[in-house]
Design a binder for this molecule. Sequence first.
Ligand code: MG
Length: 230
Amino acid sequence: MRVVLFDIDGTLLLSGGAGRLAMEAALRQEFGTVGPDSYRYDGKTDRLIVRETMRLEGFDDRTIDQRMPAVMALYLEGLRAALANGARRAYTLPGVQAIVDAVDAADDLVLGLLTGNVVEGAELKLSAAGLAPRRFRVGAFGSDHEDRPMLPAFARDRASALLGEQVPGERLVIIGDTPADVQCGRGVGARAIAVATGGFTVEELNAHAPAAAFRDLTETERVLDAIRHA
Ligand SMILES: [Mg+2]
């Protein structure tokens, strides 16, 4: 049995910038500033984005922590609105529907998520892109911990609870589009498969030694084979 943990942004889907739009609006409202244009959101958890951008603007952690709940509430409100009113459109990346169906249908695989999105944001984006959140039976989210390397242990423990047996970290296969996805599971022995549908090339991702790297997820059988042999 393997537990297949998909990242969301840049891996399963793109949301047309809805996430950044909503986050910047929330930051502007609470802090009066949005952080540098050059700051990259990919590979980060939602709350880490708030912390790192606002540290760069000179705010201390105490202030950031005090305003964090308000920022996240505004962010979710803005994300829901942007996706609902058509200001931004979420869509699945090539091959995603097929690989999600295949993993979901396989007796030896459990379909799951490992994402920096807070759980409500993950559900909004997946639903907007036509992926039913409840199909993903195991999840670890940015709302579980601010640091991505802490998330695989949440997924492992939830998979163990779901399956009624101890799932070792080696049984986790993390699929993502950034070096942060590739590296985050090392502490628990998880495997990683990289996909270059986000902001990094196959070459850049391979530099972090994933078990496999793909240009996209269109070759379902090859991706399934990589999952089973990672
Ligand atoms: Mg991503």
